[in-house]
Design a protein around this ligand. Structure first.
Ligand code: FAD
Length: 390
């Protein structure tokens, strides 16, 4: 009954739009929503304090309404806790710039046995440096409209697109160079979808809801952006399934055996999903890339560009946007690491090693993309809801 706008194979991928939508809605979305609510996956370690290297005057967090809220003490899993907190309870509401919210440097080795400390060659933050890092409960800080607009936001996207991943001029452009642009554009589309799906419609009454006009203007009006969203979803999905053995064997210990067993079981359902394996076993085929003589050089160049994009996240002038920007860029960096840094002639003997934080970012990114794909399909660029607004 439904008339589809996007049909056929998702460009550069191995599945069609219909299959992606039905897999997402019948299987993946439900599993992912459960996974990201588990204690292991809902706490993300992040350096929120901004030290923007590009526009130093813009590094401060001014917008109170986009501050990130700290995990209330009573719901924080035991092993995650710092040995002492010197703060009175009512001071724990927003952790913006508070040195007291710093993570205990010894925590990871005590509480997260089995997880390595290893740097990600695709990202800028040194994930092994715990100083100034803090834990955030992602469930309490959903990605949505924050009022972060204007020059500060614009110039970040500008710097990303113009300096670090120019839109490819033609179809002849090599696939590797197109990929970085498509990944960023897909992520950008996903962020716009989340802004549109959870928007502050009326400040006076604090009414939140969908802003379909914004969705149309920023996403649907540009079919490429929708296509790039699907591409990014399949790319990250491929990384998750490629790392299946690693993810299945990892330790999801948060000190609550019942919850941790559930987490393990959900991860297994995601990475070895029979429906996914039957309908779309290799969502994206990375083996075709970096072939030929300029392969290694090209990879280095794209790695450098991605690192710059990762560094730009320190310049995002709204704390909650910075949190999700950092998480999702780390998630993309982790997908790139899984797909491109382990295999290949130059890394034959290197086996995959991921940090806990990388795994949390990867899975939360996949969930955000899955939500966006679902919302885009449900609302549909030709739906009555959108047409009414034209
Ligand atoms: P923008 O979204 O800023 O786009 C700027 C330009 O980029 C557009 O004019 C267009 O030329 C191009 N463009 C737009 N979309 C795409 C695409 N998908 N592919 C290719 N090119 C594109 N705001 C919030 O309310 N909540 C958030 O959580 C949030 N997170 C953010 C995270 C980051 C990392 C950044 C940089 C910004 C974030 N923002 C967030 C701000 C938000 O993304 C917009 O910048 C802001 O709402 C202003 O929108 P705009 O209409 O100026 O267009």
């Amino acid at each position: 009954t439904e008339s589809r706008v996007y049909t056929g194979i998702v460009e550069d991928c191995a599945c069609d739009y219909e299959t992606v939508d039905s897999l997402n809605e019948e299987v993946l979305h439900l599993i992912l929503q459960e996974i990201v609510a588990t204690p292991f996956f809902r706490y993300f370690k992040v350096k929120l304090w901004c030290d923007c290297p590009f526009w130093p005057e813009d590094g401060m967090c001014r917008l109170r309404d986009c501050s990130v809220c700290e995990c209330p003490d009573n719901e924080f899993p035991e092993p995650f806790k710092k040995p002492f907190t010197g703060l009175p309870a009512d001071d724990l509401i927003c952790q913006e710039g508070k040195p007291e919210a710093v993570v205990d440097r010894t925590l990871d080795s005590k509480a997260f046995r089995g997880w390595v400390e290893i740097d990600n060659p695709w990202t800028n933050d040194d994930e092994t440096d715990n100083a100034e890092m803090t834990y955030v409960n992602l469930q309490l800080n959903p990605e949505r409209y924050t009022g972060y607009v204007g020059r500060s936001a614009q110039r970040i996207w500008e710097a990303i697109y113009i300096e670090n991943c120019p839109k490819y001029p033609s179809e002849e452009f090599c696939q590797e160079k197109k990929i970085l642009y498509k990944l960023i554009s897909g992520l950008h589309a996903s962020i716009s979808v989340h802004i549109a799906s959870d928007y502050l419609l009326d400040e006076a009454t604090n009414l939140w809801g969908q802003n379909l006009e914004l969705l149309y203007e920023r996403v649907f009006r540009h079919p490429d952006r929708v296509k790039n969203l699907y591409f990014t979803f399949l790319f990250v999905l491929r990384a998750v399934t490629k790392a299946a053995d690693y993810l299945e064997q990892a330790e999801y210990n948060t000190g609550n055996p019942e919850e941790d067993l559930k987490t393990q079981s959900l991860v297994r359902q995601l990475v070895y999903n029979p429906k996914l394996q039957a309908a779309c076993p290799v969502p994206f085929d990375e083996a075709k890339l970096w072939q030929g003589e300029i392969g290694p050089e090209l990879k280095q160049q794209i790695q450098k560009q991605f690192k710059n994009i990762s560094a730009l996240m320190d310049c995002v002038g709204c704390e909650k946007c910075r949190l999700w920007g950092k998480l999702q860029v780390l998630g993309l960096g982790t997908a790139l690491k899984i797909l491109f840094s382990v295999d290949g002639q130059s890394h034959v003997n290197q086996s995959l090693q991921l940090q806990r934080n990388e795994v949390i970012a990867l899975v939360n990114l996949l969930n955000r993309l899955s939500e966006s794909v679902k919302f885009v399909r449900e609302v549909g660029p030709s739906s009555d809801k959108i047409m009414e607004r034209m």
